[in-house]
Design a protein around this ligand. Structure first.
Ligand code: PXL
Length: 276
């Protein structure tokens, strides 16, 4: 039967990230997506100035109470961009309303720095939220920040990557680590999946340009494929292939479309990957 996941992240009205990515991608994967919007922003915070932000934390306890009264439960919970004061409520949801995996994308940083509004204190709280999760999906920067370490973005080897995954698994007691943004050669970029004591890698070509929102496309695709019954490694591979395809469709238009990628045009390819 079709699964229902609850995703908790912001609604950025314009910018192709967070909920405007998660909803269509989860639907394309054949997964029902319920939402708990963490904040309402006019745009995302990377590359735009003067954006508006409405913190929706005050709605959380009211919404949770109503769901409890209605007996609503979920087959999984997937969190993305959230605010610190929402973490207690998210714990409650995971304990009381979730019947499936707890999947955390610790959205807070990339390319060696925190996003606007996030800092080391938030990273320590995010580490607490990750504790006991079934799956976490940090990029290299977030992985280091979760552990309170300096991050290394290049010149590392397998030993560093595998040590990072082990430290995350052991300190945060998580089931599976999907580490994104891993690259051992100039022309490749991919993921390391650490599960049941084993490391699996999957790489694709590296496209020499950064696009916003690709982390959200990656995580939403992973969650959709995983909830469809794919193994963590198969879901991680599908998410790489789909994200790369979306980037390829955008790369020639990046100057006139600076804020996200054309993942919508690549949906037929995602459906093909899921059916393979
Ligand atoms: O893609 C991560 C993300 C999500 N939501 C908002 C953001 C960002 C990254 O900057 O600003 C509002």
């Amino acid at each position: 039967m079709q699964k229902r996941i609850l995703t908790i992240q912001d609604a950025s009205c314009v910018g192709q990230c967070s909920l405007t990515v998660a909803l269509p991608v989860l639907s394309a994967c054949g997964v029902e997506a319920s939402v708990l919007p963490s904040a309402l922003l006019s745009t995302h915070t990377s590359g735009f100035t003067g954006f508006t932000v409405l913190d929706l934390s005050d709605e959380f306890p009211k919404i949770i109470e109503h769901w409890k009264k209605e007996g609503i439960t979920f087959d999984g919970v997937y969190t993305g961009y959230i605010l610190e004061k929402q973490m207690g409520y998210i714990d409650t949801i995971c304990r009381e309303l979730n019947r499936g995996p707890k999947i955390i994308d610790p959205v807070m940083a990339d390319h060696g720095s925190f996003y606007y509004g996030f800092d080391e204190k938030f990273a320590a709280k995010m580490a607490d939220l990750c504790r006991g999760a079934d799956v976490i999906l940090p990029n290299l920067t977030e992985a280091a920040f979760l552990l309170g370490e300096e991050c290394r973005l290049s010149g590392y080897d397998r030993e560093y990557i595998e040590g990072l995954c082990r430290r995350l698994k052991d300190t945060l007691d998580v089931g599976c680590v999907i580490l994104t943004g891993v690259s051992f050669a100039d022309d490749e970029l991919g993921v390391c999946v650490f599960e049941n004591g084993t490391f699996h890698y999957y790489f694709s070509e590296k496209i020499a340009r950064n696009f916003h929102g690709t982390g959200d496309i990656y995580s939403s695709t992973f969650v959709g494929a995983y909830m469809r019954g794919k193994s963590a490694f198969d879901a991680a591979k599908i998410a790489v292939d789909y994200t790369v395809q979306a980037i390829k469709l955008t790369v020639d238009h990046a100057d006139i479309h600076p804020y996200g990628v054309f993942f919508e045009s690549a949906v037929p390819y995602l459906v093909e990957l899921l059916n393979e």
